[in-house]
Design a protein around this ligand. Structure first.
Ligand SMILES: Nc1ncnc2c1ncn2[C@@H]1O[C@H](COP(=O)(O)OP(=O)(O)OP(=O)(O)O)[C@@H](O)[C@H]1O
Length: 294
């Protein structure tokens, strides 16, 4: 569904050039629900904005469904944004119209594509638990309820992928759990792929696969050991828990064999620009460069 290879994004201004993504690889399957984690500035939002068609990649390869996002025309991009991807932001004011009711808000994107389907709009609001409130104006709803309307809106045009940037960033733990359950339900019910960007490890623990981004590259991949642990996630897997408790961690190796060694490891061994590497038949051992004079 999503294929990124060697994806590069450079932001240029008069004084500086920032390489936000420096050859990132990522693959997401149809129907998968996964999370992307990373520190502030690691490139998460940049990646999501490219996948959402809000920003153009600089180089590399990125395909979503049938669309090649490097080659897509401006006209096709409008179609892509309306029909292929849905977006949920932390600050939901971006997709909501305060003077309209919840139902009218969900029908708005449908109107833009000329395909209003009231029954489906009501169904979406039922799935997010707001059927009883559908005729309320947005300002009559709480922040958490508005976020749930935003999820219904993002799915109005039946996108194949839902992109969520810190979707639970400004709600309490209870609402955050509710929102994650809604995502899971939508994922199962509609088969929509869901990519959640977050720096909340508790939240990341509730999906099957987590990919960590470091310095604009995918560095580590965590895969759930036992999907049935979902149950555990809902009952007590909570604050302070570490992703490692339910996920197996893997370092990402790209097609040509590159992998990213964590900075702290390199620092601990005073490895700066080169290292020695040995293979003992079972393990690959990386050490500080062995002196040639030795
Ligand atoms: N429009 C822009 N112009 C210049 N630099 C940018 C722009 N957008 C992002 N950057 C830079 O690109 C890098 C990646 O930023 P990005 O917002 O993708 O990180 P992030 O992982 O989403 O961080 P956060 O969790 O804080 O949102 C940062 O160094 C950031 O300063």
């Amino acid at each position: 569904m999503i294929e990124c290879e060697g994806l590069v994004k450079i932001f240029k201004s008069e004084e500086i050039e920032v390489v936000a993504l420096q050859g990132l690889n990522l693959s997401v399957k149809q129907g998968e629900m996964m999370a992307i984690i990373g520190n502030s500035g690691s490139g998460k939002s940049t990646l999501l904005n490219i996948l959402g068609g809000l920003d153009r990649p600089s180089a590399g390869f990125v395909k979503v469904g049938d669309w090649d996002l490097l080659k897509i025309s401006d006209e096709q991009l409008v179609d892509y944004k309306r029909n292929t991807v849905g977006f949920v932001w932390q600050n939901n004011a971006r997709n909501l119209l305060p003077y309209l009711s919840a139902l009218e808000n969900v029908e708005m994107p449908m109107m833009l594509t000329g395909k209003v389907d009231r029954q489906y709009a009501v169904q979406l609001l039922e799935w997010v638990g707001l059927k009883d409130r559908m005729h309320n104006k947005l300002h009559q709803l709480s922040g958490g309820e508005q976020q749930r309307v935003a999820i219904a809106i993002s799915l109005a045009n039946r996108p194949k992928i839902l992109l969520a940037d810190e979707p639970t960033g400004s709600v309490d733990t209870q609402t955050s759990d509710l929102i994650m359950n809604i995502f899971r339900h939508m994922n199962k019910e509609l088969g929509v792929s869901i990519v959640i960007v977050t720096h909340d490890l508790t939240l990341a623990g509730k999906v099957d696969r987590v990919v960590a981004i470091r310095d604009g590259l995918t560095s580590t991949e965590f895969i759930k050991r036992n999907p049935n642990l979902d149950l555990a996630a809902n009952h007590g897997f909570d604050h302070g828990s570490d992703l490692h408790e339910v996920h197996e961690a893997y370092v990402v190796v790209d097609r040509v064999g590159r992998l990213q060694v964590p900075k702290e490891y390199l620092h601990a061994l005073s490895i700066v620009d080169k290292a020695s590497m040995e293979f003992d038949g079972e393990k690959i051992i990386i050490t500080a460069p062995k002196s040639l004079e030795g």
